[in-house]
Every structure is written in structure tokens, then in C-alpha cells.
Ligand binder design. Structure first.
Ligand SMILES: [Ca+2]
Ligand SMILES: [Ca+2]
Length: 412
């Protein structure tokens, strides 16, 4: 009897997490949302309607974005199998719960450590302050949450990363299952490009000189199509940028060219990008039409500031009773076709000391060139957390700024 009761309880507990989580497309694009608790047109890459919640998911290098629209009174639970190897496998199974309160959204996280497959356990508070940010707002009977997860010392969030996901809306305050209860996650892959409904035998590849464009200049991408059997027929291709970049760019429709030797052909999409375009990762789309229907290709790229900061700092630093020195570097990468002469500075909270790299004149002669600045940061005794770093370059009157986090994990 007890065993039966236990099974009934387990079934009741796990039901919302064991149903299939159907996804619109297992390939997830690179798109930066605007974190304000509102879903705007083409801002989000819609993921699913399963789990009693409308969900969306996208990424940019090192960051995962999760969006939901749930009924008022429901909490939202994301189950992320960060290595895509199974919810009850490894130490990578992150549960993020987002609740709506009178004071706004509150996010919390815990992690199933299934290193011991016979005894998975919860690890409380696996994220450092600053790694999870949430913007949310109510909208009639529902509430919309936009979550940003910065991937410090988590499995890599980048091109080709495979991640099992599911989202659930559950009654407010309801407990989530015990650590040993399986969850049915669906594996997704993070990608820069994807297609939809391309005919069998047709493949495509995007081709960029640089996968970035600065506002006020021209963007160009070549869409290469391959159809060795030359049996696919498209009449036209309509190309445009999506979401926040749609208004600041132009659409282009071209007749689809014939297949060349070996069944190859290409179409170029070019557009000016308005000087006031919002920075961030955006996607362009191509819609191919034929008398059989329509097919789509999508490709993401960056609307970039004048320079970008490519930060290389170790993320495996652990709290220590002694002070420690963390060494790394930042690559300052020009996104423009001219020489850059500026001043680089790095700022951090006053408890920390930058012993190398706090300021440096940077001159980049080459178009789209880069320069490396070595960094050395002194972590005081017993300090831990996600340390906020501000990277800045001043070029004349222009200031380009980017924040980053340096993880110092609490000692266990
Ligand atoms: Ca938004
Ligand atoms: Ca796992």
C-alpha cells in the first residue's frame, strides 16, 4: 500500500514535467531582446506552447535569454539541462523559478547534481548575484517575464551548444519535484543560422566578410544555396531584417537565380543600417516562394558599437582566505574600416585592485583590427561573488562601454 501511495504521489508530482515539451524549432537563433517585460514584434524567437505557458528562447555568446507569458497567479519554472545529456545526468541541471510579486519579479535558481546517479541532490543557490536578471510586467490576465542568464562557469553558451529545455507554469507557490524526479526536456541547439521548410535536397550557407555592422553603414550577407539534383524551383526571394532592425533597414525582393554548374547559386542581401539602429544581435530572413509553397532562411549578426571587448578571464577562481591575483586579457576589436586612436580604461568595485590594465592608450591601425590588453586583478581575502567590471574606450567624444562579470565562487 505504501509503495502504491508513493507511486501515486510521484506521478502527481512529476506529471507537469513528464509531458512532452514540443518546440517550434530545435535550432535557436542569436537575438538580443530588450529587457523590459514586454514582447515586441519579432523581438523573441518563440519556443513552445507546452507546459501551460507561452515560451521563447534565444542567446548571444555567453548569455541565454528566456521569455515567458503565463497566466496571473502562476509561477514559471524553467528546467535547463545545460549539457543536453539528460536531466538526471551530470551537475548541470538548472532549475530557474520566476515568480510575480507586488514588488515585481523575483528569480531564484537551484541545481540538480546527479553526479551520483543513484542519489541526485539539490544544490542551493548555484548562481552568483548578477548572473540572473529578470524584467517582467503584467499584461491583462497574464504576465510576461524576460530573463537573462549570464553563463559564468556554466557549460558554454555558444554556437553549437546543445541544451535540454522545458518551461512550465505551475500554481503560485507550488513546490517543484524532488531532485530524483525525472523531467522531460527537449534538446535544442544554439545556432547562428537556420532554415524552415526548405525542400529535400536543398542546403544553404550564409557568407559574411564580417558578421557585424555598425549603425550608419552598409550591411551585406551572401546566401549560398546548393541543390546538386537541380530539382528545386524557387520563383522569388524576399529578404529583410527582423524585429528592432526592421525599421532601420530596407527590404529587397529578387527573382531567384537559376542553378549553376553543380547545382549552386547565391543571392546577396544588402541594406543600409540607420545611424540610430539599436545595438545588439539581430536576424535577417529570406522568404523563398514557389508554386509549391514557401521556405525560409534566417541568419543572425551583430549591430555593433565602434569597438567590442572580447574578455578572457578565468572563471574557475574560488574564494580564498588569502588575497589572489587573477590574470587574463581583453581583446579590443575594431568594427570599423578606419584607424582607431583611443583610451582604454577598466573599472571595478573599490574593494578590488586592478594592478595591470586599468588604463592604456589603444591605437588600431588596421580595418577591423584588434589589440590585446593584459589584465591583472587582485581579489582581496575571503572575497567572493560576481565582480562587475566596466570596460571602456574613449575615442574623441565617443565613449564605448561594456560591462562584464568576473566570477569568484564561494568556497564549499
Ligand atoms: Ca522586451
Ligand atoms: Ca544534464
Amino acid at each position: 500500500m505504501h509503495a502504491l501511495l508513493a507511486m501515486v504521489c510521484l506521478a502527481a508530482q512529476s506529471a507537469p514535467y513528464s509531458e512532452v515539451f514540443e518546440v517550434r524549432d530545435p535550432l535557436r537563433l542569436v537575438i538580443t531582446p530588450k529587457m523590459d517585460g514586454r514582447f515586441e514584434d519579432e523581438e523573441w524567437d518563440r519556443l513552445s506552447m507546452s507546459g501551460g505557458v507561452e515560451s521563447a528562447m534565444q542567446w548571444e555568446p555567453g548569455i541565454l535569454y528566456l521569455g515567458t507569458r503565463a497566466a496571473r497567479g502562476k509561477d514559471v519554472v524553467w528546467s535547463l539541462d545545460m549539457n543536453g545529456d539528460g536531466w538526471l545526468v551530470g551537475r548541470d541541471n538548472l532549475e530557474i523559478r520566476i515568480i510575480w510579486t507586488d514588488a515585481g519579479p523575483v528569480g531564484s535558481a537551484r541545481l540538480v547534481d546527479a553526479t551520483d546517479r543513484d542519489g541526485p541532490i539539490w544544490k542551493r543557490e548555484p548562481l552568483l548575484d548578477g548572473m540572473l536578471a529578470i524584467a517582467a510586467a503584467t499584461d491583462g490576465d497574464s504576465w510576461v517575464a524576460e530573463a537573462k542568464l549570464i553563463g559564468l562557469y556554466l557549460p558554454q553558451i555558444g554556437d553549437g551548444s546543445r541544451m535540454g529545455v522545458r518551461a512550465n507554469a505551475i500554481p503560485g507557490g507550488e513546490a517543484t519535484p524532488e531532485a530524483f524526479v525525472p523531467r522531460n526536456t527537449t534538446v535544442t541547439t544554439l545556432r547562428w543560422d537556420r532554415n524552415r521548410d526548405l525542400p529535400f535536397g536543398v542546403e544553404w550557407l550564409s557568407e559574411y566578410k564580417a558578421r557585424s555592422v555598425i549603425p550608419g553603414s552598409q550591411f551585406r550577407v551572401r546566401l549560398n544555396f546548393m541543390n546538386p539534383a537541380k530539382n528545386a524551383r524557387f520563383e522569388r526571394i524576399e529578404m529583410r531584417c527582423q524585429g528592432f532592425l526592421r525599421a532601420g533597414t530596407s527590404e529587397s525582393t529578387k527573382p531567384f537565380p537559376g542553378w549553376g554548374r553543380r547545382g549552386r547559386t547565391f543571392v546577396d542581401y544588402e541594406t543600409n543600417v540607420a545611424a540610430d539602429a539599436l545595438l545588439g544581435y539581430r536576424a535577417m530572413q529570406g522568404r523563398l516562394t514557389s508554386d509549391l509553397g514557401e521556405s525560409w532562411v534566417f541568419s543572425s549578426f551583430l549591430v555593433a558599437p565602434t569597438v567590442m571587448f572580447d574578455v578572457n578571464l578565468p572563471q574557475d577562481t574560488v574564494q580564498s582566505k588569502d588575497s589572489q591575483i587573477v590574470r587574463g586579457s581583453v581583446w579590443i576589436r575594431s568594427q570599423v574600416l578606419r584607424r582607431i586612436d583611443g583610451l582604454f580604461t577598466l573599472d571595478c568595485p573599490s574593494e578590488y585592485t586592478i594592478s595591470r590594465g586599468s588604463n592604456k592608450r589603444v591605437i588600431i591601425y588596421q580595418n577591423r583590427g584588434a589589440i590585446r590588453v593584459p589584465l591583472e586583478i587582485i581579489i582581496p581575502q575571503n572575497a567572493s561573488g560576481a565582480i562587475s567590471l566596466t570596460f571602456k574606450v574613449r575615442i574623441g567624444t565617443e565613449i564605448i562601454q561594456q560591462t562584464g562579470l568576473l566570477a569568484v565562487r564561494p568556497a564549499e
